[in-house]
Design a protein around this ligand. Structure first.
Ligand code: GDP
Ligand code: IMO
Ligand code: MG
Length: 427
C-alpha cells in the first residue's frame, strides 16, 4: 500500500512511534500530519531510546524523507533542540522537511496555555502546557506566525511586533504576567530560523510527488481518536484532528490517495490528563498496570491513568478512521493478570460510543472477564507460540471490533513484534 495512515485508536501513547519505526524500514516517506511537541513517540533500539517530539518516527532509517506537514504546530526552540540532539547521536537528518505552512508555537502560546489551565482550576483539561491550543487558536483566528515567516527577517519582525501588540496586553491584564520583550524574542526566533531554514520546503508537493511515483508513504498521527478536536471527548481533547482524515488536510493530498488505515491500540487503555474514562481500573489494578507497563508520560512524566480495553471506544475508532487493520501493542504487559475484564457494549443501551457528553460521563462499563495467561510472552515472535488465552484475546478483539489485527507488540524494542499480516502488502 503506497499510502497508509497510522492513527492512535484510544487516548494516545498507544505505541504509534514504535509501529511507525518498524514499518518505516520499507517506507520512502514518513509524514507527521498534526499536533506538535505535545506528542512523545518512543523508539527503542537495543540499549538506545529515542523520545521524539516533532521529528517523524522514520528518522532512524537513513534516506527516509521525514516530513512535518502543514497541519503541525512547531515550537522552533523545541525543534532546534530535537534536531541538535539527534544529530549529536549521529542520526542522519538529511531527509527532514518542514512545511512552510505549519504554524509556530511562540512563547506567549506556552504562557497562555499554562495560565489558562491554572485559571480553570478544578475544571482544567490537563494539557501538556506546550502552547498547542493557543497556537491552533491563533491559526484559526488568522493571526498565527508560520514557518515560512522564518525565511524573511523583515516579515518575521513585523509579525512578532503585531502579535505582541495584542498578546502583551493579554499577558499583562488577564494573566498578570510581564510583557514579552520584542527585541529579545525576535533575536531568539532569528537564531532558531537560522537552524531550521534549510529544512523548510513545499511538503505537500513532495508528498504528492512521492505518491505519484508509487512510493510508500506512512502518515504518522500524533495524539489519538478520542483526543480529536471534533470527535473526541470534548473539551478534554487536543486542538487538532488526529483522526485519519486529518492526514489529507495536514499533509495536503486528496482523500482518494489513502490506501489503508492502521489503528494502533494498547491491549488495555491509558489516558493522561483529565476527562471521562469509563473503563478506568481501580487504584490497585491501575497501579499494577502503570508499573508493569511503564505508564508515565513521555512528555510530562505524569502518571498515566490505566484501565481495561474499551471495545465500544475501539469500535468508534474503527468507524471514525475507517480502520483497515489494527496494531495491538503491549500485550506483554497483560501477562501479569490471571483474568482480564474488557469493557463491552451494553446491547440494551448502546453498541455505539455515546455522542452526548452526559451519556458518556454516566456510561457504566459492562465487563466481560476473560482468562489471562500469566506467562512472559516478550520473547515470542510467532503468533502460534502465544498462549491460547492470548490468542483468544486477539480473536475476541477482531470479532468485537470488526477489524483484523495485523501486528502485536510484546515489548518496547523494535524487534519485539509479532507480524500476523503484512500491513504494507495488504495496503
Ligand atoms: P506513542 O505516543 O503512541 O508513540 O507512544 P509512547 O511512546 O508515548 O508510549 C508507548 C510506550 O510503550 C513507550 O514507552 C514504548 O516504548 C512502549 N511500547 C510500545 N510498544 C510496546 C509493547 O508492545 N510492549 C511494551 N511493553 N512496551 C511497548
Ligand atoms: P502522543 O502523540 C497522550 C492530551 C493531554 C491533555 C489533552 C490536551 O504521544 O500519543 P494538549 O497539550 O494537546 O492541548 O493537551 O491531550 N495529550 C496527549 N495524551 N498522548 C499524547 O500524544 C498527547 N498529546 C496531548 O494530556 O489531556
Ligand atoms: Mg506518546
Amino acid at each position: 500500500m503506497p499510502c497508509t495512515v497510522i492513527v492512535g485508536a484510544q487516548w494516545g501513547d498507544e505505541g504509534k512511534g514504535k509501529i511507525v519505526d518498524t514499518l518505516a524500514e520499507r517506507a520512502d516517506v514518513v509524514a507527521r500530519y498534526q499536533g506538535g511537541n505535545n506528542a512523545g513517540h518512543t523508539l527503542v533500539l537495543g540499549e538506545e531510546t529515542y523520545k521524539l517530539r516533532l521529528v517523524p518516527s522514520g528518522v532512524l532509517w537513513p534516506g527516509t524523507l521525514c516530513v512535518l506537514g502543514n497541519g503541525c504546530v512547531i515550537d522552533p526552540e523545541v525543534l532546534m533542540e530535537e534536531l541538535d540532539g539527534l544529530e549529536e547521536r549521529g542520526v542522519d537528518l538529511s531527509g527532514v522537511r518542514i512545511s512552510g505552512n505549519a504554524h509556530l508555537i511562540m512563547p506567549w502560546h506556552r504562557i497562555i496555555d499554562a495560565d489558562s489551565e491554572l485559571m480553570l482550576g478544578r475544571l482544567q483539561i490537563g494539557t501538556t502546557r506546550r502552547g498547542i491550543g493557543p497556537a491552533y487558536a491563533d491559526k484559526a483566528s488568522r493571526v498565527g506566525i508560520r514557518v515560512q515567516d522564518l525565511l524573511d527577517e523583515k516579515i518575521l519582525r513585523q509579525k512578532i511586533q503585531t502579535a505582541l501588540s495584542v498578546k502583551n496586553v493579554l499577558l499583562r491584564k488577564i494573566y498578570h504576567q510581564r510583557p514579552l520583550d520584542k527585541d529579545v524574542l525576535t533575536e531568539a526566533t532569528l537564531r532558531y530560523a537560522e537552524r531550521i531554514r534549510p529544512f523548510i520546503a513545499d511538503t505537500s508537493l513532495l508528498v504528492n510527488q512521492a505518491l505519484d511515483a508509487g512510493q510508500v508513504v506512512l502518515c504518522e498521527g500524533a495524539q489519538a481518536t478520542l483526543l480529536d478536536l471534533d470527535h473526541g471527548t470534548y473539551p478534554f481533547v487536543t486542538s487538532s484532528n488526529p483522526i485519519a482524515a486529518g492526514a489529507c488536510v495536514g499533509l495536503g493530498f486528496g482523500p482518494t490517495r489513502v490506501d489503508a488505515v492502521l489503528g494502533v491500540a494498547k491491549a488495555y487503555v491509558t489516558r493522561v490528563g483529565a476527562g471521562g474514562f469509563p473503563s478506568e481500573a481501580d487504584e490497585a489494578d491501575s497501579t499494577r498496570i502503570r508499573e508493569h507497563g511503564g505508564e508515565y508520560g513521555t512528555v510530562t512524566g505524569r502518571e498515566r491513568r490505566c484501565g481495561w480495553l474499551d471495545v465500544v471506544a475501539l469500535r468508534y475508532a474503527a468507524r471514525l478512521n475507517g480502520l483497515t487493520q489494527l496494531a495491538l501493542t503491549k500485550l506483554d504487559v497483560l501477562s501479569i493478570f490471571e483474568s482480564i475484564p474488557y469493557r463491552l457494549p451494553d446491547g440494551s443501551v448502546t453498541e455505539d460510543f455515546p455522542w452526548h457528553q452526559s451519556d458518556f460521563h454516566h456510561a457504566q462499563p459492562v465487563y466481560e472477564r476473560l482468562e489471562g495467561w500469566s506467562t512472559d510472552i516478550s520473547a515470542v515472535r510467532d503468533a502460534g507460540q502465544l498462549p491460547r488465552a492470548a490468542r483468544d484475546y486477539l480473536a475476541f478483539i477482531e470479532e468485537r471490533v470488526g477489524v483484523e489485527v495485523a501486528i502485536v507488540g510484546i515489548g518496547q524494542r523494535r524487534d519485539q513484534i509479532i507480524t500476523l499480516r503484512d500491513v504494507l502488502e495488504a495496503a
